[in-house]
Ligand binder design. Structure first.
Ligand code: ZN
Length: 141
């Protein structure tokens, strides 16, 4: 990875941390919470399904830049997807941040900016926290 690309990724992460998208509770929606005691991150994910697809996904919580940016980008990425597609994105994203698979931006889209997490194993939980909560929320929807 070139230094320029790294800087760009860093900038996108900091932007999502500063101005998280889809931030705030969603009344009457399925909800699940997650806590990462290693870092102190807390997140609640809200999801509303309609016609078998994610019509709306939002989150609240507090945590490090990685956890917040990951939640913010996730809510954008999963909107309009079926639960099966979300499951596929979860696996692809997990493979990317744990370094099991190379980052493939055709598959993960904008989420590729979090690929650098694989170099910091202690941050994997930060990046995955919102995804686990989303899976739980969908399962309970
Ligand atoms: Zn964290």
């Amino acid at each position: 990875m070139t230094m320029d690309l790294r800087d760009l990724y860093q900038e996108v992460i900091l932007d999502h941390n500063k101005r998280p998208r889809n931030f705030g509770a969603l009344e009457g929606a399925a909800q699940a919470a997650g806590h990462n005691p290693m870092c102190g991150d807390r997140v609640s994910v809200y999801v509303r399904l309609e016609d078998g697809r994610v019509a709306e996904a939002r989150f609240t919580g507090n945590g490090c830049a990685i956890s917040k940016a990951s939640a913010s980008m996730m809510t954008e990425a999963v909107t309009g997807r079926t639960p099966e597609e979300v499951q596929g994105m979860f696996s692809t994203f997990q493979d990317m941040v744990t370094g099991r698979a190379d980052a493939d931006d055709e598959k993960v889209g904008k989420l590729v900016v979090l690929s650098g997490v694989k170099e910091y194993p202690s941050r994997v939980k930060c990046a995955m926290l919102a995804w686990h909560a989303l899976q739980a929320a969908i399962a309970g929807a």
